[in-house]
Design a protein around this ligand. Structure first.
Ligand SMILES: [Mg+2]
Length: 236
């Protein structure tokens, strides 16, 4: 790959691209549930974590206008159940705070911080996520030039809003941008659909979905991304 002389912007997905997501969500849901069990036992007597999840899915179908905002979805779903079990809806705020704190206890993969540090010398780095981690509360604080969420953008990937807002902010065209992410549909295909070159981060050697065009490049981690970009060395 020749040097990316026109590269102005790299958009980077968060969950499962820069940190593992499932263990953090599991911990956050456990902490959230334990808090609810203490504060709203009638609710937890009727619902386990799985049935809370089913209830959220149902709400997502009923209120597609908040489906892109996972925090609003969680809060609204919980408020409904609290009221149904004769608790004040405001109790959701405490439960959400417990979830929020645990949700930000992410552990970046070992390659991420050094790779972001070097990539940032060459272009703007913007994190874009459908999730609700708050980057400034994580070990990746100050590692990006901008952090955008689907909740703020008004639409989740694969909609183009997050990519478009990142490009507008960085004053970059699709040809001057590159997107890096783990999800074949929500990252690779979504960015490619609006003309952005894409890098598939495949940390667990998963097969590429047969129904999609192959990605421009597949990397196992962000060091491999740096090697593929072959950017000129910049002194410290
Ligand atoms: Mg992801």
């Amino acid at each position: 790959m020749e040097a990316w002389t026109r590269l102005r912007l790299i958009t980077i997905d968060l969950d499962d691209t820069v940190w593992p997501c499932a263990p953090v969500i599991r911990e956050a849901e456990a902490a959230h549930y334990a808090w609810l069990a203490a504060q709203a036992p009638r609710l937890t007597a009727a619902h386990d974590t799985e049935s809370l999840r089913s209830h959220r899915r149902e709400l997502m179908r009923q209120q597609p206008e908040i489906a892109h905002d996972v925090t609003a979805l969680r809060r609204t779903a919980l408020q409904q159940l609290l009221v149904a079990h004769r608790y004040p809806a405001e109790l959701a705020d405490g439960a959400m705070e417990v979830f929020r704190r645990a949700r930000n206890c992410v552990e970046p993969y070992a390659d991420v911080i050094p790779a972001l540090h070097r990539l940032r010398r060459h272009c703007q780095l913007v994190s874009i996520t459908n999730g609700n981690a708050e980057v400034q509360e994580t070990p990746l604080r100050d590692r990006f030039d901008r952090c955008l969420t689907a909740a703020e953008a008004g639409a989740a990937k694969p909609a183009p809003a997050l990519f478009e807002q990142a490009m507008a902010w960085a004053e970059a065209t699709p040809a001057e941008s590159l997107h890096v992410g783990d999800d074949p549909f929500l990252d690779v295909e979504a960015a490619r659909a609006i003309g952005i070159a894409t890098v598939w981060v495949n940390r667990h050697a998963r097969p590429w979905p047969a129904e999609l065009e192959p990605p421009l490049v597949e990397v196992a981690d962000l060091h491999a991304l740096e090697a593929w970009l072959d950017l000129p060395v910049v002194d410290e």
